[in-house]
Design a protein around this ligand. Structure first.
Ligand code: GDP
Ligand code: CA
Length: 301
């Protein structure tokens, strides 16, 4: 079975790690969010693509939830000591990847091509595609003003309530994205933040259309467990923008685009416009990620 999976960073990467245990990695194409991408210290950082690369290569830091394990921070300490821009956490090991990507982009390589090269260099067999090679950036409208994603998330610690999410930039699907969606036997939406991880992917002209016109099942996994986010602001955003944190509120983020929603046993019952699949969705370790992936694949089989 070939699958295409829409994914953000941490929650998405945890899920995709299980997916490539449950399926031959060659049959998995990940379509990753680039709305969080940012220029820091002259470097081009793609946090969600990097979370996917690191997780699939087994280089990720399980506890921190982002970045690399065994990380050190000497370069950033030097930056701070010299009065440079140090609000965005870039570890020494992580920096190596950003240097390679930034140089490649500066030389005119497309993001999808660099990403494929990085994945191959890390020995990955699954395909990781950015949703787009074009510049598409997520903006948050809050009572304190409008902020680009990383300014809201990292610099301000995502404490501002969000009234609306916007996407700046005209973006076409990266080469391979529409082909992967067309070739897939099932389309999956990872347990990522709907607003700031999945919506930016769906904001790409063509991707939303492909999902709306799908001929194969599309199943989303809820990022909430018992109505609460495992990490991050998804629950607060749902409460404010969708009016609640039940499975129905999560499903409303994907109206017309999914056929089923996978929710946790601890989530509230109640009416749902799509098929409900109930299982344990907390990915405490690789075995749990794999079990969740298997349940999702069973639901689309
Ligand atoms: P980000 O781009 O790094 O913020 O990552 P994502 O958007 O992909 O993932 C963030 C979401 O993952 C949060 O809303 C979490 O609630 C969710 N998440 C993290 N771990 C788990 C888990 O074990 N199970 C489920 N169901 N969701 C999770
Ligand atoms: Ca992200």
């Amino acid at each position: 079975m070939r699958v295409a999976v829409l994914s953000g960073g941490v929650g998405g990467a945890r899920f995709v790690r299980g997916l490539v245990e449950a399926l031959p990695p060659r049959d998995v194409t990940v379509i990753g969010n680039v709305g969080d991408d940012v220029e820091v210290l002259g470097l081009r950082v793609s946090p969600d693509l990097d979370s996917l690369l690191y997780a699939l290569a087994g280089l990720h830091d399980e506890e921190r939830g982002w970045g690399r394990s065994g990380e050190t921070w000497h370069a950033l300490e030097t930056v701070a000591a010299l009065g440079g821009e140090s609000w965005f956490r870039l570890g020494d090991r992580d920096l190596g990847l950003h240097l390679v990507r930034t140089q490649a982009l500066r030389d005119g390589e497309r993001l999808s091509v660099v990403t494929a090269r990085l994945a191959a260099a890390l020995g990955l067999n699954a395909r990781i595609l950015p949703a787009t090679d074009d510049e598409l950036r997520t903006w948050l409208d809050t009572p304190a003003g409008s902020f680009p994603f990383q300014e809201w998330f990292v610099a301000r610690g995502h404490r501002d309530e969000v009234d609306a999410v916007r996407f700046a930039g005209e973006a076409a699907p990266a080469p391979g994205v529409l082909e992967a969606l067309a070739a897939a036997d099932a389309i999956l939406v990872a347990p990522s933040n709907p607003y700031v991880s999945i919506w930016p992917i769906l904001a790409v002209q063509g991707i939303r259309g492909a999902l709306a016109a799908r001929r194969v099942p599309c199943v989303a996994v809820s990022p909430l467990v018992g109505g609460r986010a495992v990490k991050g602001p998804a629950d607060r955003m749902l409460a404010r923008m969708a009016g609640g944190t039940t499975p129905a509120h999560v499903a409303s983020c994907y109206e017309g685009l999914i056929d089923a929603l996978v929710v946790d046993e601890s989530d509230p019952a109640g009416e749902l416009a799509v098929r409900r699949v109930v299982t344990r969705t907390l990915m405490t370790d690789l075995a749990a990620s794999r079990r969740l992936a298997e349940s999702v694949l069973e639901a689309v089989a």
